[in-house]
Each structure stands twice: as structure tokens, then as C-alpha cells.
Design a protein around this ligand. Structure first.
Ligand SMILES: [Cu+2]
Ligand SMILES: [Zn+2]
Length: 231
């Protein structure tokens, strides 16, 4: 007896080909594809991209302020804030290597310098990561901080989280004078105020970003598979 012989009444009923009404089948296929498309569309990240932020409270003798660090989409970090109590003038502003303020601003170490470079201006190639230049105090003894820097980071290499932010009592010479401290500290004088840079807001980790990417890939694969099966 031939194995291929179909005994009447035992044919497997194919839900598509067995359907006597092709209009219903077409509608069923369309609905299935629409449902799959909805899955693909909803797999994408719907949340607005959240950026990392950090904050530091600066405290000194008669000097007080707060500075917020915000990651920008171009990878740079923007510093904004207000510091009061400094007489009019320009003052060196640096990230120092440690967040140790147990002995006041003096224990925050040197300028944060992971690349072993010389002290410089923020736009110099040869500069410490922590070199943020000078900030200026106005006639009402107020410093409005608004700096965008391309070297300091809030995550990974060059992260300044947990380090110290120091406001000096003198002007930073950007490593451009003959003073013996010019190439190390910018001869910016004493430390007028400082604080430890801490996390304010965290962006979702890279892991969850790659998870949502794999969700999209899975959804698109499923959509393609369903489309192929229905044709
Ligand atoms: Cu400094
Ligand atoms: Zn420096």
C-alpha cells in the first residue's frame, strides 16, 4: 500500500487553504500583519532620552554656591550655577583629583590629570582634564557659572564623579606665564571654596539600551517570519 495514499476523511485541514471564503482569509492575514506591525512599533524606545547630571555644593569662608553638570548629546558637559561671596574679579576653577575635603579644600589634591599633561587653558590640547579656566565675579560679588567643556565626563574614563571642584582665590594664568607654578596650577592662589561632585540624575544604563535594541530586532524578525508564512 502506497504511503502517500490519502484515506478519505483524514486530510489535515489547512486553516488557510481550507477556508472556503478567500475574503475572510485576506482579512485574517491583514489583521495578523497589522498586529505584528504594532508589536514592532511598540518595541522602540518611547521614553525621552535622559542625560546624566551631577551636582556640587561649594563652601568656603564667606563663599557659597552650587554648580550643576549636565551631559549634552554631543558628549560635552555643561556647568551652570551661581556662587556668591567673591569680590569682583577672575578666579581659577578646576576639578581636583580627589573628593577628600576632610582637611578643607587643601586635601582635594592636584588638578585632575589622568593623561599626565601640563596645566593649560580649557581649549588647549595640552591641559589637565580638570582645567576649567576662570570664572568671573561681578560687582554684586556673584559668579554666574556657564561653561561647556569637552574633556570632563560624568561616566567612564575622565569621570569627575566623586572628585573635588575648587574655586581659587586668584586668577588662573592658563600655564602661560614664567611663574614656577604656571604649568602645574596656573598660579591661581589659595582655595576659596570647594565641594565634592555627586550624582544628581542617572541616564538609563547602556545595558538597557542594548536590551531595547534586541527587542526591536526580535520584533522585526517575528514580523518578517509572519509575513513570509502568510504569503
Ligand atoms: Cu585648582
Ligand atoms: Zn590644571
Amino acid at each position: 500500500m502506497c504511503l502517500n495514499t490519502i484515506v478519505p476523511g483524514t486530510e489535515r485541514a489547512d486553516p488557510f487553504t481550507a477556508n472556503p471564503r478567500p475574503d475572510n482569509l485576506k482579512m485574517f492575514k491583514t489583521l495578523l500583519l497589522v498586529a505584528a506591525a504594532v508589536v514592532v512599533a511598540s518595541a522602540g524606545p518611547v521614553e525621552e532620552e535622559k542625560m546624566n547630571k551631577a551636582i556640587v555644593k561649594l563652601v568656603g569662608d564667606g563663599v557659597v554656591g552650587a554648580v550643576t553638570f549636565t551631559e549634552q548629546k554631543d558628549g560635552k558637559v555643561r556647568l551652570t550655577g551661581t556662587i556668591t561671596g567673591m569680590p569682583p574679579g577672575e578666579y581659577g576653577f578646576h576639578v581636583h583629583e580627589t573628593g577628600d575635603i576632610t582637611k578643607g579644600c587643601g586635601s582635594t589634591g592636584s588638578h585632575y590629570n589622568p593623561e599626565g599633561k601640563d596645566h593649560g587653558h580649557p581649549t588647549d590640547e595640552n591641559r589637565h582634564v580638570g582645567d576649567l579656566g576662570n570664572v568671573e565675579s561681578d560687582s554684586s560679588n556673584t559668579i554666574k557659572v556657564d561653561i561647556v567643556d569637552h574633556l570632563i565626563k560624568l561616566t567612564g574614563d575622565h569621570s569627575i564623579i566623586g572628585r573635588g571642584l575648587v574655586l581659587h582665590a586668584g586668577k588662573d594664568d592658563y600655564g602661560r606665564t614664567d611663574h614656577p607654578d604656571s604649568k602645574t596650577t596656573g598660579n591661581a592662589g589659595g582655595r576659596a571654596a570647594c565641594g565634592v561632585i555627586g550624582i544628581l540624575e542617572e541616564a538609563p544604563s547602556r545595558n538597557s539600551a542594548s536590551t531595547s535594541t534586541s527587542n526591536i530586532i526580535t520584533a522585526i524578525s517575528m514580523y518578517s517570519l509572519i509575513a513570509i508564512l502568510l504569503n
